[in-house]
Design a protein around this ligand. Structure first.
Ligand code: PMP
Length: 408
């Protein structure tokens, strides 16, 4: 693929073709949520026009159709992450719910007083707070792997934290604030060696990196549709069958049961045991189109293009006119996410000035307040690049930053 292919890809995203504040939209807030290709938008429209019916329980044609499409997404995500079985993929609202599901079922059952859970300094709040809640409830201990100034895990410190009391390592695969790719395979091997389970927060990783849960041997992986060109309100929890079967249900209600009486209720098989109530059917069905889109382009091409955008941005930042711009997150292994600050300016003001030129970036703590504290910052400006972004757009960003730096 080449520039012509990127232009072709851009035509698939209607939202990109608009002006914001009198300038063509430059969308660099992809780590918060990605835009959706027309195939996803049309799948949602088609579902509600022609196929809408509740799944799994009715004899009629529309129900059969929507059930088949819903389960088809499960098969597609199974092969996307290379899970052994489709039943190991549970639909949730997103990564936040996937993590809470594991905390409230697996951890509540298996974590005891004095046990330890390890996370990292660069976790999103959604991979901190659920573990703090369970640690408080169980009198367990939360430990944190420190990082260096580039935003890389100190693996020697991780080695020191691991011990037979470690029950779980809950780790972000790719940092949303820094872009760091963590050495998750090594983390998993080391954690397993002391008998601990590993949960990976894959919110940012799944759109950039190849995912193979069998090769990684992770116990749980959390996936978010909306970071992967799919609709909001859909996520996946992958778990190894053996673990999912040992876990109690998350919520009680329809679908998650085998039989109900007032005396005793028996629970359904996985994945349904964890899917109480009517799920987000239309969005799950449309999510398949997002996965098809990524598969069609291929992760190799995506990584190649996004890495070239990141390299170009960092090269432009080296210019004398931009010397006040300080990149935050300079790990050797990273994806196309670049946080930065400008000396003497508030990140929010920078975000507003960029928006005035049609450039959408994220400003603030990125739901990683402990990480911001590690860098003694209140927040950063974050530009995050996706497959439909161009070198030309990156240049627009640095041109605007040059103007902003002159205002200091
Ligand atoms: N973890 C990371 C690293 C994230 O970037 C995000 C989203 N900002 C989440 C978790 C939460 O994911 P979701 O929006 O799917 O709940």
């Amino acid at each position: 693929m080449n520039i012509a292919d990127i232009e072709k890809i851009r035509t698939l995203f209607p939202i990109l073709h608009q002006e914001v504040n009198g300038h063509p939209l430059v969308y660099f807030d992809n780590a918060a949520t990605t835009q959706k290709p027309i195939s996803v938008i049309e799948a949602l429209d088609k579902y509600y026009r022609f196929d809408n019916a509740n799944i799994h329980r009715a004899a009629h044609t529309l129900a059969a159709r929507s059930t088949e499409m819903f389960e088809d997404t499960r098969k597609t995500i199974q092969s996307f992450i290379n899970a052994k079985e489709a039943e190991e993929c549970i639909f949730t609202k997103g990564v936040t719910e996937s993590i809470n599901l594991v905390a409230q079922t697996w951890a509540r059952k298996f974590v005891q007083a004095g046990d330890e859970i390890i996370i990292t300094t660069m976790e999103h709040h959604s991979n901190i707070v659920p573990w703090q809640m369970i640690c408080e409830e169980k009198s367990a201990i939360l430990r944190v792997i420190p990082i260096n100034d580039s935003g890389e895990l100190l693996m020697d410190e991780f080695d020191k934290l691991l011990n037979p009391k470690t029950k779980l390592v809950a780790c972000v695969w790719v940092s949303n604030a820094l872009g760091t790719i963590n050495p998750v395979k090594e983390i998993i091997q080391k954690a397993h060696a002391v008998g601990a389970k590993v949960l990976l927060d894959g919110a940012q990783a799944c759109s950039h990196l190849k995912v193979d849960v069998q090769d990684l041997d992770c116990d749980f992986l959390c996936v978010s549709s909306h970071k992967l060109y799919g609709p909001t309100g859909v996520g996946v929890l992958y778990g190894k069958r053996q673990l999912l079967e040992m876990m109690p249900p998350y919520q009680g209600g329809g679908e998650m049961i085998k039989e109900v009486s007032f005396e005793k209720t028996t629970y359904n098989e996985i994945p349904y045991k964890f899917e109480a109530g009517t799920p987000n059917i239309g969005d799950v069905i449309a999510f398949k189109k997002a996965l098809d889109f990524v598969n069609e382009i291929g992760k190799d091409f995506i990584a190649h293009h996004e890495n070239s955008l990141l390299a170009y941005f960092n090269e432009l930042l080296l210019s004398e006119e931009l010397k006040a711009v300080k990149p935050i997150g300079t790990a050797k292994e990273k994806v196309s996410v670049q946080s930065f600050v400008i000396e003497g300016m508030h990140h929010f003001d920078i975000g507003m000035m960029l928006d005035a030129r049609g450039i959408a970036v994220r400003t603030g703590h990125h739901c990683t307040q402990p990480l911001m504290n590690r860098f003694s910052l209140e927040g950063t400006v974050r530009a995050s690049f996706a497959i439909y972004n161009t070198l030309d757009e990156v240049k627009k960003l640095t041109d605007s930053l040059i103007r902003i730096c002159k205002l200091r």
